[in-house]
Design a protein around this ligand. Structure first.
Ligand code: ARG
Length: 587
């Protein structure tokens, strides 16, 4: 029989089943099983303590009663697990070496890893709203976090069984188009260019237009007129608007390709332009929205701030806004995409917006007799420069994402040249692209997303510490072990026997914690937990490899060590792939 992949989950279920045989334990008893300090065991169950407190009984006694039942549970047999009571009533669970060996041997292909985790998100349709740049502008450093965090969460949730729909909610219907249309008319613009280089030119055009509008009141009203014409569906304006968006999209796509990011849909704000008026009407007739100083707003009396600071859904000049569009978008995603959950990945400065949006959606759906989807705002902090302030170029402008990526790749190329001077140029280039982009991405993902962090090339490109180069190097080193042995990863492990040495056991234990790490990420949608896990896995591999020779005369010993090598590679590769980073065979 194949062991269960997600041990934390299975042990939880088994303890719950055991607890059901005791009258003191409620049906929804949560044993709170977590990975433990290795000195005490592999997992620890702490849930007896709060229950004992609630029942006002002795926790140790309660734990002892539970232990008796656990000992009789067929899946928690003594053959596989060592169970002990510790402290005031913790239950420590240690996996026996034979069980660890069977577990690590069994999970030898990525599909089986995913199958073992699909209990986490099976049956859910999740719309992922991330990246969302505004058109006619280049993506800047502020977009990297949304893009890489959103991509990682999308991959993780679909790995855990969700149906994920990635929707890029681009800002393609903003007031910037008034000025752009005016500037196109006055100065002209050649749209037949490579989008990657044309987008900066379009930004210059906007700047020119903006200057014009600031200097000349007549130009200002003309720009406003252009915007009104566009919004009223004037063919000629729509044509230019479309070209601007296509060009922007071309430039975005180039970055998405380099970052390994993809979307199922790019509907954007303009997609909802005919629906926003209806949303306002509905909310008004449901008495959720009201007029205030000529604007249409939603107050939330139960909220300490939004009781007085309302959610504005139509401005006093009659124009709808970001909020109205987001309301229409929720309705569309539920009705047309079947969303059971919507996850928004943006900067922390939009926390109020999303809190108000979610409150409003819940009231709106309840009043219409519909079930609201689960709504989550996955927000993140700022990337800081060396001086501790938001990162800027030397001239004070925003750092363009393309320049950042190019610089990362260039720097990585210098490192590859130094470490591997004999590789053919083409291979060096592709390693540099992977290492440079992987380093930037990983440096972002390894931070707790709600923290600000200081951007540092030296740190992220270092081969020591919790970095992409360190992890990629660990994977490449395992490839080299197999290459030298004339084997493919996965080969040569059949004759292996049970794991024995301390380092073997510690490495296998770390492998067995993979599902718990993924589960932890999905709870709070914080990818850094997976980074920490992978770093610890690479460390455990390093200790193992330094202390235990892999290619030895004894086929049983060699077999089990090759098995550990191949499994470490598979878990590293799978984990890094979930973060958006592809491993290399050589570097
Ligand atoms: N375009 C927005 C920005 O640049 C991000 C969009 C986020 N998604 C949303 N549905 N509001 O800030």
């Amino acid at each position: 029989m194949t062991p269960a992949f997600d041990l934390q989950y299975s042990i939880t279920t088994w303890i719950q089943e055991s607890a059901q045989e005791l009258p003191d334990f409620p049906e929804n008893f949560d044993p709170v099983v977590r990975p433990a300090d290795p000195r005490f065991g592999d997992f620890q169950a702490n849930g007896v303590l709060p229950l004992a407190k609630q029942l006002k009984t002795n926790p140790r006694q309660l734990a002892t009663a539970l232990m008796e039942k656990i000992a009789a549970h067929p899946s928690l047999s003594e053959e596989h697990f060592d169970l002990t009571i510790a402290g005031p009533g913790f239950i420590n669970i240690r996996l026996k070496p034979a069980f660890l060996t069977a577990w690590t041997s069994a999970f030898n292909d990525p599909d089986r890893l995913a199958d073992g985790l699909d209990h986490l998100y099976r049956g859910k349709t999740v719309v992922m709203d991330f990246s969302g740049p505004n058109t006619a502008k280049q993506m800047h450093v502020g977009h990297i976090r949304s893009t890489v965090i959103g991509e990682a969460i999308s991959r993780l949730l679909s790995f855990c069984g969700a149906k994920v729909v990635r929707d890029n909610h681009i800002g393609d219907w903003g007031t910037q188009f008034g000025i752009l249309l005016l500037a196109c008319k006055r100065f002209g613009f050649d749209f037949d260019q490579d989008p990657v280089t044309a987008l900066p030119a379009l930004e210059d055009l906007y700047r020119q237009g903006n200057q014009l509008v600031e200097e000349d009141p007549e130009a200002k009203s003309e720009a406003r007129q252009e915007l009104v014409l566009l919004q009223n569906g004037d063919e000629e304006r729509l044509e230019i608007w479309k070209k601007i968006n296509e060009l922007s999209q071309g430039a975005f796509n180039d970055l998405y390709r380099r970052l390994g990011v993809s979307f199922d849909l790019t509907l954007g704000e303009s997609h909802y332009r005919d629906q926003v008026a209806g949303v306002c009407e509905q909310l008004e007739s449901l008495k959720i929205a009201e007029e205030s100083d000529g604007a249409l707003v939603v107050f939330h009396p139960e909220h300490p701030r939004f009781n007085e600071q309302p959610f504005i859904i139509r401005k006093s000049d009659g124009a709808s806004n970001y909020a109205t569009t987001d309301l229409a978008t929720v309705a569309y995603r539920c009705e047309e995409l079947g969303a059971s959950e919507i996850i928004y990945v943006t900067d922390g400065r939009q926390q109020d917006h999303f809190e108000q949006l979610f409150l409003t959606v819940n009231k709106w759906f309840a009043a219409s007799g519909k079930e609201a989807p689960a709504l989550r705002h996955v927000w993140f902090g700022t990337i800081l420069g060396e001086g501790g302030k938001a990162i800027k170029t030397r001239s004070g402008g925003s750092v363009k994402l393309r320049d950042l990526i190019d610089e990362g790749v260039e720097r990585a190329r210098l490192i590859v040249d130094e470490k591997n001077p004999d590789l053919p140029d083409e291979e060096k280039d592709s390693i540099a692209e992977a290492v440079g982009i992987g380093a930037i991405r990983y440096a972002d993902l390894m931070q707790n997303r709600t923290h600000d962090y200081v951007f540092s090339w030296d740190k992220m490109l270092s081969f020591d510490g919790n970095t992409a180069p360190y992890l990629l190097y660990a994977a490449a080193r395992i490839h080299a072990i197999f290459r030298k042995a004339g084997l493919q990863p996965g080969e040569g492990e059949e004759q292996g026997d049970a794991l024995q040495t301390e380092e073997e056991i510690l490495l296998a234990r770390q492998l067995a914690l993979f599902p718990a790490a993924v589960a932890q990420v999905t709870q709070d949608l914080r990818p850094h937990f997976l980074c920490t896990y992978l770093f610890e896995l690479a460390n455990a591999f390093s200790s193992f490899y330094n202390a235990n020779r892999v290619m030895v005369d004894n086929p049983a010993e060699q077999g089990r060590r090759l098995m550990l090598c191949s499994r470490t590679l598979l878990f590293l590769k799978t984990g890094l792939h979930l973060l958006g980073i592809e491993t290399l065979e050589k570097m």
